[in-house]
Unconditional design. Structure first.
Length: 184
């Protein structure tokens, strides 16, 4: 396993990649060269909140958040690189996945659920996030659903408050919220 991780790391961050632009370019293998991820369960990082991006890289490095691909990559990054990568991607424009908007019925149900859960207290009215809180509007349905499921099972353990909130919300409400947010 260690050999495989080191091989992946060498492929993603070759020794000659010294500039942040070169290091950031390697992120395109999963997160997309134009900001649209290759897999729908991979998050959009272009245009995401800088503080949030840094915290996620830090959490991967510390083992507080785990992912077979990201953990070994983050472990090899120094704090300065994580800060620079977060700033680099935060300055990019958020790409459109061209997901359809939720129907009026779904939007109404989602807004009711969002109001009762209190999502806008942190993610703000347009779900654009702020500082260390992520943008949710326009993420892929698959990524949003996976993230919610990971919080519910506590597989994603770097934000216990979100786990508690996701477990206190019905599956139907979470599915409706996911549909609504993806189409924003």
């Amino acid at each position: 396993m260690l050999a495989a991780a080191l091989f992946l790391l060498a492929q993603v961050f070759p020794l000659h990649a010294q500039s942040i632009e070169e290091k950031a370019a390697t992120c395109g293998a999963c997160h997309g060269e134009a900001g649209i991820p290759q897999e729908k369960t991979t998050p959009i990082i272009w245009g995401q909140q800088e503080g949030y991006l840094y915290l996620q890289l830090r959490d991967f490095k510390r083992g507080m958040r785990k992912n077979q691909k990201m953990s070994p990559i983050a472990e090899a990054l120094e704090r300065e690189d994580m800060l620079a990568l977060a700033a680099f991607f935060a300055k990019k424009s958020w790409p459109s996945l061209e997901q359809p908007s939720a129907s009026k019925d779904v939007a109404t149900r989602a807004l009711t659920a969002i109001s009762s859960v209190g999502c806008t207290g942190c993610h703000l009215d347009q779900f654009q996030g702020d500082a260390s809180v992520p943008r949710l509007a326009g993420q892929s349905r698959e990524y949003l659903a996976k993230t919610i499921a990971d919080f519910r099972t506590r597989e994603r353990a770097n934000n216990p408050g979100m786990s508690d909130l996701m477990n206190a919300t019905s599956q139907d409400d979470l599915a409706t919220i996911t549909e609504y947010l993806a189409g924003r």
